[in-house]
Design a protein around this ligand. Sequence first.
Ligand code: GTR
Length: 324
Amino acid sequence: MTFTRIALTGALAALVAVPALAEQWRGWNIHPEDYPNSIALETFAKEVAEKTEGRIEPQVYHNAVLGDQPDAIEQVRNGGLDFANFNMGPMGQIVPATNVLSLPFIFKDVDQMHVVMDGEIGQRFSDALAEEGLVALSWFDSGSRSFYNTKQPIETPEDVKGMKFRVMNNDLYVQMVDQLGGNATPMAYGEVYQSLKTGVIDGAENNYPSYDSSNHFEVAKYYSITNHLIIPECLCVSTAAWDALSDEDKAIVKEAAVTAAKQQRELWAEREMKSRAKVEAAGSQINEVKDPKAFQDAMAPVYEGFIKANPDLESLIKDIQSSS
Ligand code: GTR
């Protein structure tokens, strides 16, 4: 055997022995490491890496270090990022059907949201997301959102008058605050703390865990339970990453996402209670609103305007409202 032939044979053997290159998946997450969603995303990453025997190696980037949510949605859609946990609020700009989930008081409670999202209606949202480059594999909980501010408890819609609230990036939230007589400013989540502190805004709205983990409770101590939004969140994979998978790996990734969602919902229920206790101990004043129906009734024009602009989505609204 000549030297060249020996070298070639060796090189070929080395090639055969080297396993296929692992797919490195980059995942976006807005929350800090100890948040229920973050823990569940890590579970997803670990299970995918283990069960695919390293063919896919997902890594989660916490704390929105890869950008704010609307940018990250774009990046997952165009395959720049591979997976993420997204709230359906900012998704409305891209996937119009998901705006239905941003209508105030669309769900009676969180249990109804779970039933709807885990069933046939949830599949309709997944289908709409798939058309825009996002494969929704499972649904996370995000509790219900209420208003908090730096000035006073909100007991009636009257109390919102003249106050300036940060909302997520969706015009429906601007309308929602308008109808209560306040002013709304869409703003990235990461800018809210400073804006509350410096008085650029008077308040914002979110669930207990985010009010806690973002430290907004330190600067806006009046938390008023309006429960005006119950918005599900997806564990989404980019279509590009998904389409590159074998059927076997698709099944593994899907199962890992379902496992992660189950864990997230359990952790969520615990964290809601812990966060509420923590912010109260730190001095937050939490109040029930006097007449929740007054807040709901004020939303009628938001629904009317939405249905007028999106007549094709009226049946979806009715299907959600009539499901239990
Ligand atoms: C949180 C949600 C985030 C983000 C944030 C916000 O509850 O989990 O994805 O949407 O609210 O208000 O921007």
